[in-house]
Design a protein around this ligand. Structure first.
Ligand code: SAM
Length: 271
């Protein structure tokens, strides 16, 4: 699956993904879990769990009486998820599966969360209909996807750097990360049979490490960065990373650090 379009990582990227992505995801993971209001004992699914940021946070909230499951199509991301699972609570189980064919009986979950995964589902309505099937009646759903990239200057700089070094095709590839609008989520959740659907933008100022190292490293753990390296070589990937840093130089402090706004759409619904 690693060579398919969409969000598929290969090589050592899944192992390095957390190092670069954790700072960007942390406040959004908190908001995502707040939106489903977990209780001790709840049974929770982290849909498109990747390396398991949301699953681990959910496990801490539902406690030893709860159960957390994570599914993702990428087996290498799941291996990292298993390795990072702290085993404070024994019951997080990660399974390789696609969002539109979930390996769970009907009405299994009290809550489902999906962090930055919905934009990569080939058929969003089919995936959310399948998700609704595995939710209990009155179960809570929450998902985040990036909002328009103009609201996240770091992501805009990444887009421009990828376009500069990879051309229109690479830029279009990157744009898939922003393809899921609030309207598309609302429509698909309605068709999936959910009710009380809400969407809103959530924004956080995120402190980034010095971009000279961070920006090339972060690009190397993203599929469009990997595809840029495959097509044009590692030097081009590094140059694109340095271009991200240069584009944000006027926002960067003397120590190389900077804090930038990132904006996501948070969608919630009830089964
Ligand atoms: C940007 S990553 C987000 C991962 C994780 N939720 C996080 O917070 O870091 C997108 C994830 O969606 C997964 N994915 C893409 N299409 C999928 C599908 N149809 N079903 C399940 N997972 C999918 C990818 O393998 C990848 O791990």
């Amino acid at each position: 699956m690693a060579d398919e379009p969409g969000f598929q990582l290969k090589g050592s990227a899944p192992e390095r993904y957390e190092e670069y992505v954790a700072p960007l995801m942390a406040p959004f993971t908190t908001a995502l879990l707040d939106a489903v209001d977990l209780c001790p004992g709840d049974v929770v699914l982290d849909l498109a769990c990747g390396t398991g940021f949301a699953a681990r946070a959910a496990a801490a909230q539902v406690g030893p009486a709860g159960r957390v499951r994570g599914v993702d199509v990428n087996a290498d991301m799941l291996k990292v998820a298993v390795a990072h699972h702290p085993r404070l609570y024994p019951d997080i189980e990660f399974t390789e599966a696609s969002a539109d064919r979930l390996p769970y009986p009907d009405a299994t979950f009290d809550a489902v969360v999906c962090q930055q995964g919905a934009q990569f589902f080939p058929d969003l309505t089919a995936a959310l209909t399948e998700t609704a099937r595995v939710m209990r009646p009155s179960g809570r759903f929450a998902a985040t996807v990036w909002a328009d990239m103009s609201l996240s200057p770091y992501l805009t700089a990444q887009y421009e750097a990828i376009k500069e070094y990879g051309g229109d095709e690479a830029a279009a590839d990157f744009s898939t990360a922003f393809a899921c609008t609030a309207d598309r989520l609302t429509d698909a959740l309605g068709k999936a049979g959910c009710h009380d659907v809400t969407t809103r933008e959530i924004a956080f100022g995120i402190a980034l490490p010095p971009l000279t190292d961070f920006a090339p490293g972060h690009l190397s753990v993203l599929p469009w960065g990997q595809r840029l390296a495959d097509a044009h070589g590692e030097e081009t990937l590094a140059a694109a990373g340095h271009s991200v840093a240069a584009r944000l130089a006027d926002r960067t402090g003397p120590d190389g650090r900077l804090t930038l706004p990132f904006t996501a759409i948070l969608a919630t619904a009830i089964r």
